[in-house]
Design a protein around this ligand. Sequence first.
Ligand SMILES: NC(=O)C1=CN([C@@H]2O[C@H](COP(=O)(O)OP(=O)(O)OC[C@H]3O[C@@H](n4cnc5c(N)ncnc54)[C@H](O)[C@@H]3O)[C@@H](O)[C@H]2O)C=CC1
Ligand SMILES: O=C(O)[C@@H]1CCC=N1
Length: 279
Amino acid sequence: MSETSGAPAEPDARRIAFLGVGMMGEALLSGLVRDGRVLRFVVSDRDEERAAQIAEKYGATAAPAAEAVAAADTVLLAVKPQSMAELLDEIGAHLRPGALVVSIAAGITAAYLEQRLPEGTAVVRAMPNTPALVGEGITAVSAGTHASHGDVQQAQELMRTCGKVVAVPESQLDAVTAVSGSGPAYVFYVVDAMVEAGVLLGLPRTTATELAVQTMYGAATMLAETQDHPVLLRERVSSPGGTTVAALRQLDDHGVRAAFLTAMEAAARRSAELASGQL
Ligand SMILES: NC(=O)C1=CN([C@@H]2O[C@H](COP(=O)(O)OP(=O)(O)OC[C@H]3O[C@@H](n4cnc5c(N)ncnc54)[C@H](O)[C@@H]3O)[C@@H](O)[C@H]2O)C=CC1
Ligand SMILES: O=C(O)[C@@H]1CCC=N1
């Protein structure tokens, strides 16, 4: 459940520019539109057809990046880390004084952004995830050097339209990216493997999919609602001498836990590489 559910929607006069409306930019825009509080959006994308399509879908205006930021109080950077330097060059001279810049790019540090934007620009980094699309995302935010408390609050409010928000020091953002930023992909990977196993065991694919998806949803809901430790919940499924312990032993024997640790270390390492310019 998002922290914002039930909150009264207060109209907001800010104008927000979305630079990059790919997968994640659209997810965040859809959350804001659903929320209904911010009414003025301008979208920009190197792919002009995509920008026009998104603008039409969400009732926004499409414009080139420089034009979009010139009219914006908040600028959301949602391009790939590899495209960031080029985009910053394009918009730097056009930013409104006092505009807040929020970047969701993995790895790209606040210092990287600040160096390429006008002196004193308020920057907040945010790491969301794709469940934002259904209002069940989680975003970690951290402040750059010139971001005030109000700027951080504004960025948090923006991201809260897509789910939960936590504040972290920037030093933790690579780890956050490994856990929740990339996390949905691990979950989809596990569900896909469970479906495949169901088919191997003779179930129709549709049945296996329904069983696996609802099991994932039900288990996640139990974790969130009971707040019980995952080990306790796992033990409750495991009857002595039964089926679950037989399966879990195989997962241990195949090093699945170790694989998760190694995989997420790799994700955090890649995030740090992006920060150090190894694009
Ligand atoms: N996909 C995900 O699950 C998450 C992505 N992110 C971050 O979000 C950012 C965007 O990722 P995705 O949406 O997955 O990528 P994407 O490739 O779907 O979208 C990027 C968009 O930026 C546009 N673009 C590229 N250069 C541009 C420029 N100079 N000016 C304007 N538009 C430009 C592209 O045409 C594309 O539509 C990345 O920095 C990524 O690290 C963060 C959290 C989760
Ligand atoms: O894979 C990526 O680099 C992005 C950042 C977190 C999720 N997707």
